[in-house]
Design a protein around this ligand. Structure first.
Ligand code: FE2
Length: 266
């Protein structure tokens, strides 16, 4: 499994508090069957984001991993990008500063409340600047829980969606769990990721969630959401073909060309 959202780097944000905690998080992830982790510290008003600092922190972490672990895991760098005006302006000018492994894919987090009516334009502008936005955990966003159909226009335009593994295990409560299943049933989800912050309350585990997906939606879905799609992002490859999202296009549009063909076919 490949985890594209993980606050692993120590003492940068509200994720890992120390190098020791980061080592424990890597060990837990490897034991769970995770083979690649993208380190995604917050990039927001609150947390300073500096790719050089992040790269140095990752090198420091790799240097202290116990023998044998490093062969079993690869690391990437990215960020948990908050959609503030300043961040957006900076990303439009320097896209690869924020994207996963300096490629095209960008994790984006919406504010819980009061995001602007022009999000469609924001995502469009990011795409025009060469980025492919991946919306993080809509199932935990109160505004989207209230009105999930606000995502329809964004999905039509090619927004990709990541849900949190522990939303499926019930750790974030019944409402988030229900919303996560609604998104999965509608085929609006492209990635499961841990969004790990520590070893206890927000652990770096995704096997249980992957098994829940396999049981309810089939092995192919679990493989796609936990392995194939995140691997394409990790390696910055073209996004793989996906099943058609439900309730996004009317029948006639659907017959013309699939969502994936319109957006990602080269
Ligand atoms: Fe996050």
């Amino acid at each position: 499994m490949i985890d594209i959202h993980h606050h692993l780097l120590p003492a940068l944000d509200d994720g890992s508090v120390s190098l020791e905690t980061s080592v424990l998080m890597v060990e837990a992830a490897v034991a769970d069957g995770i083979s690649r982790i993208v380190c995604t510290p917050h990039a927001s008003h609150h947390w300073r984001f500096d790719p050089a600092v992040n790269a140095a922190k990752l090198a420091e972490l790799k240097a202290v991993l116990p023998p044998g672990i490093e062969d079993r895991i690869q690391f990437g760098l990215g960020c948990d990008f908050h959609l503030s005006h300043e961040n957006i302006e900076d990303a439009l000018a320097h896209s690869t500063k924020y994207t996963i492994n300096g490629g095209q894919y960008l994790l984006v987090e919406l504010p819980d409340f009061g995001f602007s009516a022009n999000m469609r334009d924001v995502f469009y502008n990011l795409r025009m600047a060469g980025m492919i936005p991946i919306l993080t955990h809509p199932e935990r966003n109160p505004t989207l829980i209230e009105k999930p159909d606000r995502m329809i226009d964004w999905l039509r335009d090619g927004l990709l969606v990541q849900i949190t593994a522990n939303s499926l295990t019930g750790r974030f409560g019944k409402i988030c769990e229900r919303m996560a299943h609604q998104l999965l049933s509608d085929q609006w989800v492209h990635f499961i990721a841990t969004d790990a912050h520590n070893t206890q309350s927000r652990p770096p585990l995704m096997r249980q969630a992957c098994e829940i997906v396999a049981k309810k939606y089939g092995d192919e879905a679990a493989q796609r959401l936990c392995v194939a799609n995140p691997l394409a992002v990790f390696e910055d490859r073209q996004f793989p073909e996906q099943p058609e999202p439900k309730r996004v296009f009317d029948e006639e549009e659907g017959r013309a060309a699939s969502w994936w063909r319109r957006l990602f076919r080269s």
